[in-house]
Design a protein around this ligand. Structure first.
Ligand SMILES: O=C(O)COP(=O)(O)O
Ligand SMILES: [Mg+2]
Length: 224
């Protein structure tokens, strides 16, 4: 019998399951080079991630001289096409993820994903990393007509994974607010693409490494 009081453990993707920042930065920098803007360091791109590729590009353009709609219209397809061809060159699971997933499988808990990344990138990326068949459901930024922090995609992820009690892990306010809006508990990961102190996310708990996940879930009060 599992001592974990959850049926579904849901994960954000970028900055939570996988460190995708190397490939995202390469795509942003490729697009910026086509308009003679200088590249960003990988770490500088991280806080731009979390609300989809268009917002990531808008944030990069804002930090390098500004933009108008025409510039977005020409550079976004360049970024998207490059990223689609280069999804998993540098991207890797965070340390301890696979072992934590194995432990959750053994405990009979379903794993699921709710990401603001488009389906066009999410499904091939998870396939190329070799993890796509480990998740009971994968809800992307364009699966519904709304994305996190709206609660609908998180609730859809839980429903598609079979329903029941759920908890959600993420690295940005979109994830933690989305879980709160969906009335499920949340865990913030301190190793993701933070844009400030992890405490500012006001998650119910914080982990610094995936080794902490199983003990945390096993000690989670079953009444809350
Ligand atoms: O593509 C993004 O900007 C964010 O994706 P995430 O929701 O998996 O962090
Ligand atoms: Mg994220």
């Amino acid at each position: 019998m599992s001592r974990i009081p959850f049926d579904v453990v849901g994960f954000d993707l970028d900055g939570t399951l996988l460190d995708t920042s190397g490939d995202l930065a390469a795509a942003v920098n490729y697009a910026l080079a086509t308009i003679d803007r200088p590249p960003f360091a990988v770490e500088a791109i991280q806080p731009f991630v979390g609300k989809g590729a268009k917002v990531m590009l808008q944030r990069a353009l804002t930090s390098s001289g500004g933009y108008d709609d025409e510039l977005i219209a020409t550079t976004l397809p360049v970024l998207l096409d490059y990223y689609e061809q280069n999804l998993a060159i540098h991207s890797v699971p965070y340390p301890g993820l696979i072992a934590a997933m194995d432990q959750l499988d053994q405990a009979g808990v379903k794993l699921a994903i709710c990401t603001n990344k488009s389906k066009r990138f999410t499904i091939p990326l998870m396939h190329q990393i070799g993890l796509s068949d480990r998740f009971a459901s994968i809800v992307c930024g364009d699966t519904l007509h709304v994305s996190k922090p709206d609660p609908a995609p998180i609730l859809e992820m839980v429903a598609r994974a079979g329903g029941g009690r759920a908890i959600f892990l993420g690295d940005t306010i979109n994830d933690i607010a989305g879980a709160r809006n969906a009335a499920i508990p949340s865990i913030a990961v301190s190793f993701g693409f933070l844009d400030g102190p992890v405490e500012n996310l006001e998650a119910d708990a914080v982990i610094h490494h995936f080794d902490e996940l199983l003990p945390l879930l096993e000690s989670w009060p079953s009444s809350c």
